[in-house]
Design a protein around this ligand. Sequence first.
Ligand SMILES: C[S@@+](CC[C@H](N)C(=O)[O-])C[C@H]1O[C@@H](n2cnc3c(N)ncnc32)[C@H](O)[C@@H]1O
Length: 259
Amino acid sequence: MDRIESGWDDYWAETFRVKHRLSIPGIQQYDKMVVDFCIESLALEPGKEILDIACGAGDHCIEFAKRELKVTGFDISKRLIEVAKERAKEEGVEVNFLIGDMRKMDFSNRFQGAVLLSHSFGFFNHEENITVLERTHSALAKGGKMLLDLMNPYQLPRFQKTWASLEGGYLLSEPHVLDASAGVLKGRPAKFIDVEKGHIILMNQDALSNNDIRMYTALEIHSMLNDVGFGNVEFYGQNKLPRMPYSATSERMVVLATK
Ligand SMILES: C[S@@+](CC[C@H](N)C(=O)[O-])C[C@H]1O[C@@H](n2cnc3c(N)ncnc32)[C@H](O)[C@@H]1O
């Protein structure tokens, strides 16, 4: 079989964030629980404005809009934003979807809530990760809250090599590997065996780098948030209600902070 290398936006974004995501049993129910948790934690009443940073194909944005929030979804992938717009139209909800790099967001004093879900924080070097927090802080109105839904660095999932049967072929995902000295979770080099077209699709360098995540501890995040001007920093141990205290054995590390 021929081997082809593809990038994040031209191939892998849709494969992971749409096709593979939709194949996860119970994912829609899970999204609803996450959205309920966000709305309560961010204390958002209908009509308030929320910013979903790294919104992917809009799964949570659409749920937020159904709960009568004014939603802006922001993602770097043109393809995912295209899919998100089509889905919002099908669902009959209005969402302002924007394409952009979270390091360059230029919103000012506008949103009552901002979320980065499914561990969408830590994609860059340390300085750029701080820039993301600064830009999010600027985007919030005074008193607005930010919610980071992160993996618990003390309780990483047991990553395994997996095969998934998706439309057109099979997706093989290699497990993430933690580079403990760098504090970076190295992304999964995936392959798609395209049975219909008879070739194997690999990730190019851009797609691979998109999957590396800097893992921070609660203490580090707390200090970074204080440095950029956030207060009332709180930690929770799961991304669904009821809100549970954060501990070394929690399934997630959810961070809530107020401007
Ligand atoms: C883990 S996915 C999360 C998607 C969605 N929030 C969810 O919960 O399903 C991370 C998302 O970040 C986006 N992304 C990666 N780098 C980005 C950047 N520099 N600026 C904005 N979005 C970015 C990717 O396109 C992808 O949709």
